[in-house]
Design a protein around this ligand. Structure first.
Ligand code: FES
Length: 320
């Protein structure tokens, strides 16, 4: 996987609990292009690689902007960014990857919960730059939590931004954006905690939104669904070489492949980044990632997340 050396060029507090990072190329010059909704891997320390969405304007090629919330239950990444990262520090990052991307629509409705603002702010920038109509709804617990307040205050030419504060009785559960009443020709993008997105999506479906017009991005793995037979392993076969190995219940496909010197592009190892998605050639995948939509998980050209998904059939043949 391509990596890039960058320098932390700016750190700023964004609301009471978030810190924004501006990264510039260590060699100078522009960074690789990206689309709104993209994320990068941040190599924070040996063994500590975390994924963060890009929040800035995709047209701006001289820097990447990220925003990281201080998480009480941090697995290390949030704590490192908040407590250890310093201005001028050199970091390695991956090139941007896009899994959560804008689709054509007459109007786009962007609904962010908390730090879920990061990819949706980039989407607002991209829609605004291309003259497409949109509205951004940003739900926070308190007004003090708002990130990128200065940018949001500037407003947009082709879209609006509405702040909703739970402390003022305006949570997504109590107060839905009126735009959800009109699904025709529109696309809905949700980003935030899993329960927040599930509620937004189910309320949209009740109001006539087609499932394939609703897009969301998870920030954490959801509980894995029960396997058809968790006590039984299966065989994974590489379509190109024909090599096969048994995958026992306690190991992931990725672990078995790595143990056998097969290169697997891993990043989050939680089914949320898409780095390890690999086409399935035969067999029935038992999908446990949150990076693919239900439509992608059931289409004929399926991909499987090798870090977390399993097989419902005795053998799974993958395109490696
Ligand atoms: S490594 Fe991120 S989805 Fe598998």
């Amino acid at each position: 996987m391509q990596t890039i050396e960058v320098i932390v060029d700016a750190l700023s507090r964004q609301g009471s609990n978030n810190v924004a990072l501006t990264l510039v190329s260590a060699e100078g010059g522009p960074l690789p292009p990206w689309q709104a909704g993209a994320h990068i891997d941040l190599h924070l320390a040996p063994g500590l690689i975390r994924q963060y969405s890009l929040a800035g304007d995709p047209q701006q090629r001289d820097s990447y902007l990220l925003c990281v919330k201080r998480e009480a239950a941090s697995r290390g990444g949030s704590r490192f960014v908040h407590d250890t990262l310093r201005l001028g520090q050199r970091l390695t990052i991956s090139a941007p990857r896009t899994i959560f991307s804008l689709q054509p629509a007459t109007h786009s409705v962007l609904i962010a919960g908390g730090i879920g603002i990061t990819p949706l702010l980039a989407m607002a920038h991209q829609l605004d730059a291309s003259g497409q109509s949109f509205e951004l709804h940003y739900y926070v617990k308190t007004q003090a939590d708002v990130a990128f307040r200065a940018r949001l205050r500037e407003g947009f030419r082709h879209g609006s931004c509405t702040l909703w504060s739970g402390c003022e009785g305006r949570s997504l559960r109590r107060d839905l954006p009126p735009a959800l009443e009109q699904p025709e020709g529109r696309r809905l993008y949700l980003c935030g905690p899993a329960g927040f997105m599930a509620h937004g999506a189910s309320e949209a479906v009740k109001r006539g939104w087609a499932a394939d017009s609703i897009h969301s991005e998870a920030f954490a793995a959801t509980a894995a669904p029960a396997s058809s037979d968790p006590a039984t392993g299966f065989t994974v076969t590489l379509g190109r070489s024909g090599q096969s190995w048994f995958v026992p219940p306690e190991k992931s496909i990725a672990v078995v492949l790595l143990e056998n010197d097969v290169d697997v592009p891993l990043s989050c190892e939680m089914g949320i980044c898409g780095a390890c998605l690999t086409p399935v050639l035969a067999g029935e995948a038992d999908h446990r990632d949150t990076v693919q939509s239900e439509a992608e998980k059931s289409c004929s050209d399926q991909q499987i997340a090798l870090c977390c998904s399993r097989s419902r059939s005795p053998e799974l043949v993958i395109d490696l």
